[in-house]
Design a protein around this ligand. Structure first.
Ligand SMILES: NC(=O)c1ccc[n+]([C@@H]2O[C@H](COP(=O)([O-])OP(=O)(O)OC[C@H]3O[C@@H](n4cnc5c(N)ncnc54)[C@H](OP(=O)(O)O)[C@@H]3O)[C@@H](O)[C@H]2O)c1
Length: 217
C-alpha cells in the first residue's frame, strides 16, 4: 500500500523526460532521487541546476529507498535493469518502443511493450503512465484540479492498488488520471494509439479511448 504523503520516488533516466517527471514530482511534494546507469557525481551539477531538490544517486541506492520507481530510460536499455532490484516496488513504465531510436527489438514488435516489461519484472507492480505526452508538454500542461483546461494522463495496469496509487500521483502533479484496467488496455497509450502525442482534456481523452475500443471490438 502506497501512502502518497510518504511515498518516495526514484526516477531512472536523466535524459529528456526523466528530469521533467522528477521536477513535477518534487513540486508536488515527493522526495525524489534520480539516477542514470552511471556515477551520480556525473549528474550532480546538472541536477542541482535543473532539478533542484532531487538527489542524484546510484540507481540501486535510489531504487532501494523508493516506493515508486519511474523507468524513464530508452526501452533498448531496459535489459540492463536488474528485476531483483525492483521487486516489491510500484514501477511506472514511462517507456515507449520507438524503433527509430531503439532499433528493431523483436520482442517488442507485437505492440505489447508494458506487458513484456511486466513479465520481466514479475516481482513488481507495473503501471504504464507518463509515456504518451512529450516532455515539453508534460511540463507545461500541468494544471490544478478543476481547471477547465486540465489535461488527462492514462494510467494502465493489472494491479488495481498500483493503478490507484499512480492515479493519485498523476493528480498531484497536475493531470486528471484516466484508469485503464489492464496493461493490455494500456496499448492505447502507446505510439500509434489515439492519445499518444496529443494533450487531451478528460472528456476528450475518454472519448478517444472509447472510440478506439469500439473500433477494435
Ligand atoms: N522524450 C520524451 O518526450 C518522452 C516522453 C514520454 C516518454 N518517453 C519515453 O521515455 C524513455 C526515455 O526517453 P528520453 O527521451 O528521456 O531518453 P534520453 O533522453 O535518451 O535519456 C535516457 C536516460 O536514461 C539513462 N539510462 C539508460 N540506461 C539506464 C539504466 N539502465 N539505468 C538508469 N538510467 C539509464 C541515460 O543515461 P546513461 O546512458 O548515462 O545511463 C539517460 O539519462 C523512452 O522510452 C521514451 O519513449 C519520452
Amino acid at each position: 500500500m502506497i501512502h502518497q504523503e510518504r511515498a518516495r520516488l526514484a526516477v531512472l533516466g536523466a535524459g529528456h523526460v526523466g528530469p521533467v517527471i522528477a521536477r513535477l514530482a518534487i513540486k508536488a511534494g515527493y522526495p525524489v532521487a534520480i539516477a542514470t546507469s552511471g556515477d551520480p557525481a556525473d549528474i550532480a551539477l546538472i541536477t542541482e541546476l535543473v532539478i533542484p531538490g532531487a538527489q542524484p544517486r546510484w540507481a540501486p541506492d535510489a531504487v532501494a529507498d523508493a516506493d515508486i520507481v519511474v523507468l524513464a530510460i530508452p526501452l533498448h536499455r531496459f535489459g540492463d535493469v536488474d528485476p531483483g532490484l525492483l521487486a516489491g516496488k510500484l514501477v511506472v513504465d514511462a517507456m515507449n518502443y520507438w524503433p527509430a531510436s531503439d532499433g528493431v527489438l523483436k520482442a517488442f514488435e507485437d505492440g505489447a511493450s508494458s506487458e513484456i516489461v511486466a513479465r520481466r519484472l514479475s516481482g513488481s507492480a507495473v503501471v504504464k503512465a507518463l509515456n504518451h505526452i512529450g516532455y515539453h508538454d508534460l511540463e507545461d500542461r500541468t494544471r490544478t484540479a478543476g481547471a477547465p483546461d486540465r489535461r488527462a494522463v492514462g494510467v494502465a495496469g493489472d494491479d488495481p492498488a498500483a493503478v490507484a496509487a499512480m492515479a493519485g500521483l498523476v493528480d498531484r502533479i497536475g493531470y486528471d488520471p484516466v484508469r485503464l484496467g489492464s496493461l493490455r488496455a494500456g496499448r492505447a497509450l502507446q505510439p500509434g494509439g489515439p492519445v499518444f502525442g496529443v494533450t487531451l482534456t478528460l472528456p476528450e481523452f475518454e472519448r478517444a479511448i472509447r472510440e478506439e475500443a469500439r473500433s477494435l471490438a
